[in-house]
Design a protein around this ligand. Sequence first.
Ligand code: ADP
Ligand code: MG
Ligand code: MG
Length: 499
Amino acid sequence: SISHFPSQSLTKTMALNISSSDSQTTRKEEINLSSSDLLPDLIYEALVWSSLHGLVVGDKSIQRSGTVPGVGLVHAPFALLPMSFPKGLWRQACELAPIFNELVDRVSLDGKFLQESLSRTKKVDAFTARLLDIHSKMLEMNKTEDIRLGLHRSDYMLDSETGLLYQIELNTISSSFPGLSCLVGDLHRNLLSHHGKHLGLDSRRVPGNMAVSRFAEALAKAWKEYNNPSAVVLVVVQPEERNMYDQHWLCAVLREMHDVATIRKTLSEIDAEGQVLPNGSLVIGGQAVAVVYFRAGYSPNDYPSESEWRARLMMEQSVAIKCPSISYHLVGTKKIQQELAKPNVLERFLENKDDIAKLQKSFAGLWSLDNSDIVESAMERPELYVLKPQREGGGNNIYGDDVRETLIKLKNEGGDDYAAYILMQRIFPKAALAYLVRDGICHQDNAISELGVYGAYLRNKDNVIMNDQCGYLMRTKVSSSNEGGVAAGFAVLDSIYLT
Ligand code: ADP
Ligand code: MG
Ligand code: MG
């Protein structure tokens, strides 16, 4: 059985507060609030707090909620209480952030490595091929990016069998929830500051989360390096975005703390209104752009026509700072993750042996489908693997029996389509009882969590201006669900309780 909360005193305190009629079915180490008077109060307070503090998203059931701010808001899905997490592993994940930042930067400079590693994927995956085409054009132009900004999020799961922390993936484009993740931590600290005594929990054990201010700081510093006081930050957005408040939080901090203005445009608007001047600067509707911050453009759905691809290419050709550049974007693909996990590859990009060892320790098993032994093994025991295409945003991976079926299909077809995928060892985190609140309704279920650690990297030529861990995102989902996206509807936002 699993310890959701560590505290011995908890069980004691809970016994006082809960008329524990179902004590026989409740495992001792877990908080069970289901028979507690406190539960409805906690939920109610959490819902009020979320509404008052902007822990909100657009409500799917209201059509204009994805386009008009202030219309059709609903609280973001959240876990009622923070998920316990070992302090040592938390520190480990934080320590990895600047190393991964550095790695992304180094790999991004090796255009040949990116092109070669993705060459077979390119043949069978039209989306990756388009990204690589833009990348090739930049290589042909000898385009250099002197100022490079990365706003990354490296995601991890804690493997229950080994007790080790494994990286799930590294996001280099559109790393979401720097805004709302901070608020969930605030919500949890607020609830614990009022009810912690009864719950046997200490609000100080929920670590502070500065993701939104640190990301804003990184954007502001990049904007400053660009050195045009009248230029703006361009936020590239999807035409409909129900997670707009997460983005608005970042833009609000950028304006209030750094006096930097942002404009929001879709790729098709950028195509219609944008141009690159002869000196290379990017101008949108007469506005000079210092930094392009992508919160769209990571999925084939973001490019319904040639217009969107024209916009992407135009921005890449400009001297505006791209977050991410096409190279940074490609470094974040699953195929590159798998290539970097091969023996002796990290050594090509990093010198520090300790850093290399730390990264390698966080790599789970990753294989290309050329590896016939692994493919064989995955067909026999598909539940031990995840089959991943080159996609972002959740909901794209293949699990369980579908892994076997897909592998059989790929084998029978005998073509190159297998190069669109990688295989990854499936990680099994311990499940723990959690209270997941969505749409004002609380569901109690066994849940597993994924920890994301934000990292910001900014350099101008040889000068590294920022290379930091920048806060965290915890996401919790029912253990029976394979996928983990919050926006995709699988998971809820959470914070951590250090044990
Ligand atoms: P995306 O870029 O779409 O977010 P991910 O690699 O993060 O792709 O996979 C999506 C979700 O699938 C993750 O949030 C996680 O819940 C689950 N997942 C991915 N890889 C693994 C794995 N190796 N073991 C267990 N679950 C995984
Ligand atoms: Mg991703
Ligand atoms: Mg992910």
